[in-house]
Design a protein around this ligand. Structure first.
Ligand SMILES: *Cc1c(COP(=O)(O)O)cnc(C)c1O
Length: 387
């Protein structure tokens, strides 16, 4: 029998705990402003950090590639779905990241599942920062390796855990820029620990790619690191690059292994070729129009100076993610609702996405924001949040 009563009870419990989630229907492209239900809001909750999701050149490339290649890819990559644009994109990603080779996955979630379960199995161990993205944690669980979570950014805790491991294969996985906190992993330290214990190191740079580093090569460029230090780099297109999809970069033998063994690569339909074409154009824009990244960092600076003058509880972050720590879920939710009534969209992030009692307002900034938008944000926050 379908037990709807226990589903009802589960939903009611979520509501009582202020953890119930709702979707809102967006009626405009991504940008500094979003339209919902005929109303216009200032958008401080997208991951479109460079404002590329509606960039004219990328839209044009997407539509003309769809006219040439159609919409659907028709099959998985190993059958007949691997098109010219997918292949070119992989070569251009290898060049951009400075890695020998890259492999395009349909989503970042699938890339993480694919890599970890292709490399590890029973008898192996995966070490993950407690605040890693859910897809990395799920990947660790799916692989059937022993999943050990170390304290956030705590190299000593990682060292302690990995030094007592007798696993055959070891893999350390971390976000580059943490998605709910905006802070950065000390990748140099992770690389030292990994090499000291003969472990793989995988960095998920979904939030660092195209944002961090002098030329937008991400968190690794920020630290001056490459494939010799970080053998597995994962990046996504759905955030700063403004499109959709993901990739893994590494040595030739790693990528060939993934093509043979990563189930989330093999058993799924390839991305539409036009999307791969759009990501190629986005990659070109990131490399040729550095003003988007400069504009973003100017806004980040403006925002951080403003909030520190106001004494608001902003978390340590040099990335586009600038959370304000609130604590209680109901309070974070109430503030988010008041901000919305004032025309600002800022998501309250609550458990289980973040640890208990660390509900927060996740403010994200974008190159699409103007100086005036940030001033409006600061003025409204000052009125709504009493410190
Ligand atoms: C968004 C995100 C992913 C998932 O990428 P998708 O392409 O959206 O599936 C993985 N890791 C991190 C850190 C992310 O922020």
């Amino acid at each position: 029998m379908a037990d709807y009563a226990s589903l009802e009870a589960g939903l009611a419990e979520r509501k009582a705990q202020h953890l119930y989630r709702h979707r809102q229907v967006i009626e405009s492209p991504q940008g500094a402003e979003l339209s919902i239900n005929g109303q216009t809001y200032l958008n401080f909750c997208s991951n479109d950090y460079l404002g590329l999701a509606n960039h004219p050149k990328i839209v044009e490339t997407f539509t003309s590639a769809a006219k040439e290649y159609g919409v659907g890819s028709g099959a998985a990559h190993l059958v007949s779905g691997h098109s010219y644009h997918h292949h070119q994109l992989e070569e251009e990603l290898a060049e951009f990241t400075g890695y020998p080779r890259a492999l395009v996955f349909s989503t970042g979630y699938m890339a993480n599942l694919g890599v970890i379960s292709a490399l590890l199995g029973q008898g192996d161990a995966v070490f993950e920062d407690r605040l890693n993205h859910a897809s990395l944690l799920d990947a660790g669980l799916l692989s059937q390796a022993r999943l050990q979570r170390y304290q956030h950014l705590d190299g000593d805790d990682l060292d302690h855990k990995i030094s007592s491991s007798r696993a055959k294969q070891k893999l350390i996985a971390s976000d580059g820029v943490f998605s709910m906190d905006g802070d950065i992993a000390d990748v140099k330290q992770l690389a030292q620990i990994a090499s000291g214990y003969d472990s793989w190191l995988m960095i998920d740079d979904a939030h660092g790619l195209a944002v961090m580093g002098q030329t937008g090569r991400g968190t690794l460029e920020h630290f001056g690191l490459g494939v010799a230090d970080v053998p597995i780099l994962m990046g996504t297109f759905g955030k700063a690059l403004g499109t959709f999809g993901a990739f893994v970069a590494g040595e030739e033998v790693l990528i060939e292994t993934l093509i043979q063994k990563a189930r989330s690569y093999i058993y799924t339909t390839a991305l539409p070729p036009a999307l791969a074409a759009a990501s190629r154009e986005a990659l070109r824009v990131v490399q040729t129009e550095s003003d988007h990244r400069e504009q973003l960092h100017t806004r980040i600076k403006q925002f951080r100076e403003g909030v520190s003058q106001l004494g608001l509880p902003v978390m340590e972050s040099v990335s586009a993610i600038q959370p304000l720590m609130i604590g209680e879920s109901d309070q974070a939710l109430a503030i988010s609702e008041t901000l919305r009534q004032q025309g600002l969209l800022i998501t309250a992030i609550r458990p289980p996405t973040v640890p208990a009692d660390t509900a927060r307002l996740r403010i994200t900034l974008s190159a699409a924001h103007t100086e005036t938008h940030i001033d409006q944000l600061l003025d409204t926050l000052a009125r709504v949040i009493k410190v």
